[in-house]
Design a protein around this ligand. Structure first.
Ligand code: NAD
Ligand code: ISE
Length: 341
C-alpha cells in the first residue's frame, strides 16, 4: 500500500520532507500541498500533487490519507485538531504547539479519539548515535545517570525572524525532549542563565545556559548558541555513577589543505540529522499506514511545551521555575519510570 500524504507548509523543512518522501523513501506519495504562500506551494508540489488553497481543504480531501505539518508553530494547534477530527494520522514538526492550553486541547482531542494519531518531529530519537547512547544508559552497567551535558549550536539563524524567545521556545525543545527520553525521566524545574552576549547576534539573547532539574534529581545543562559561525554542532554526554557515555564525533570527511588536516562540520540540521529524519519518516509511514502514530507523542510535545514556558518564566525571574504536568493519560503509556535517588 502507498500512503497518500498531504503537506501543510512548504518552507525550508517542508521542502526537505517533500524531497525525502518523493526521492528517498518508499511507501508514500505526496498527493497534496498547501501554504499561505500559494506560489511557494505550487513551486514545491511534486508532479501530480494538487495545490490546495487552505489546510482545511487539504485535510478534508478524500485523496489525503495522512498529513505532514511543517507550518509555523502557532498554526499547529488548529491544523492538528482538524486532522484528529478527520481521524487522519499526522506528523507535526516541532514545536507541537506554542502554549500549554493548546497542548492540552490537542491531547484531549486525541484521547477522546481513543487512538494515537499524532507524531511530533523530535528527530533526535531516530538518530543512530543517540539510540546507541540510550542503549548504554538503559542497560544500567554504568549505574544511574546523574548528569547530562547537552550542547546545541547553530552556525546562524535568520536575522529578524529568529527572536530572543526562540532559543528557549523553539530550539531548547529538542534538548528537553532528548533529555526526558535518554534519562527516562521528566523535567521538574528549569533555570536559565544568560552569559555575556555574543556580538554576532546583535540584540539577540544568545547564548543561553539552561539547567533542567529532572524529577529523579539528575541535572541537565544545555548550552544553546545560535550564531556560533563554524557550523551546526550537537554534543551530548551522560555522566553515570560508574562511567560516562557520549555521542561520538560525527563521522565526516577529513579535509587536508594549506590550513592543516581537519574534520568537516555539518552546516545545519538538514545535514547533521539527515539519516535521523529519514528514519523518523520510515517509521512514521509504517505507523500512519496502519492508521496510527509512533515515537514522540502529543504527551512528549506537551512536556516540551511546558519546559519552554518554564524557561521563558525563568529567564525573566532569574529563579528555578517549576514544571507541573497533568497526570499522564493511559493512551501515552505508563507513567514515566524515574530512577530512585
Ligand atoms: P519556514 O518559514 O521556512 O516555512 C514555514 C512555511 O509554513 C512557510 O512557507 C509559511 O508560509 C507556511 N505557513 C505558515 N503558517 C501557515 C498556515 N497557517 N497555513 C499554511 N502555511 C503556513 O519554516 P521552517 O524552518 O520550514 O519551519 C517550519 C516548522 O518546522 C517549524 O515549526 C519549525 O520549528 C520546524 N522545524 C523543525 C526542524 C527540526 O529539526 N525538526 C528544523 C527546522 C524547522
Ligand atoms: C530549528 O527549528 C530546528 O528544529 C533545529 O533542529 C534546531 O537546531 C534549530 O535551533 C531550530 O531553530
Amino acid at each position: 500500500m502507498t500512503l497518500q500524504v498531504g503537506v501543510i507548509g512548504t518552507g525550508m523543512i517542508g521542502q526537505d520532507h517533500i524531497r525525502r518522501l518523493t526521492k528517498t523513501l518508499s511507501g508514500a506519495r505526496i498527493v497534496g500541498v498547501t501554504d499561505i504562500d500559494q506560489a511557494r506551494a505550487a513551486a514545491a508540489a511534486p508532479e501530480g500533487a494538487e495545490v490546495f488553497t487552505t489546510p482545511t481543504a487539504l485535510i478534508a480531501s478524500k485523496e489525503v490519507q495522512a498529513v505532514v505539518i511543517c507550518s509555523w508553530g502557532p498554526a499547529h494547534e488548529e491544523q492538528l485538531l482538524a486532522c484528529i477530527a478527520a481521524g487522519k494520522p499526522v506528523f507535526c514538526e516541532k514545536p507541537l504547539v506554542t502554549s500549554e492550553a493548546a497542548a492540552l486541547h490537542v491531547m484531549e482531542a486525541e484521547v477522546t479519539h481513543g487512538r494515537r494519531l499524532v507524531q511530533v518531529g523530535f528527530m533526535r530519537r531516530f538518530d543512530a548515535d543517540y539510540r546507541r547512547l540510550k542503549a548504554v544508559v538503559d542497560n544500567g552497567k554504568l549505574g544511574a545517570p546523574l548528569m547530562f551535558h547537552s550542547v546545541h549550536r547553530n552556525a546562524s539563524v535568520p536575522e529578524g525572524l529568529y527572536t530572543s524567545e526562540m532559543p528557549l521556545n523553539d530550539t531548547l525543545v529538542h534538548d528537553a525532549d532528548i533529555s526526558r527520553w535518554l534519562l527516562s525521566d521528566e523535567v521538574a524545574g528549569v533555570e536559565v542563565r544568560v552569559p555575556r552576549r555574543s556580538s554576532r547576534g546583535g540584540e539577540l539573547r544568545d547564548p543561553v545556559f539552561v539547567l533542567l532539574h529532572m524529577a529523579s534529581g539528575a541535572l541537565v545543562d544545555v548550552e544553546i548558541s545560535v550564531n556560533i559561525a563554524y557550523g551546526y554542532d550537537i554534543r551530548g554526554e551522560v555522566s553515570c555513577e560508574a562511567g560516562v557515555v557520549a555521542l561520538p564525533n560525527r563521522p565526516a570527511p577529513m579535509i587536508s589543505d594549506a590550513n592543516g588536516i581537519r574534520q568537516a562540520i555539518p552546516e545545519d540540521w538538514r545535514e547533521r540529522f539527515i539519516e535521523a529524519y529519514d528514519q523518523e519518516f520510515r517509521e512514521w509511514i509504517v505507523a500512519a499506514s496502519r492508521g496510527t502514530a509512533t515515537g514522540p507523542s502529543t504527551w512528549d510535545g506537551y512536556a516540551a511545551t511546558l519546559v519552554a514556558d518554564a524557561a521563558l518564566r525563568a529567564v525573566a525571574s532569574g529563579l528555578l521555575e517549576p514544571v507541573n504536568m497533568v497526570a499522564k493519560p493511559a493512551l501515552y503509556g505508563p507513567p514515566t519510570a524515574i530512577a530512585a535517588e
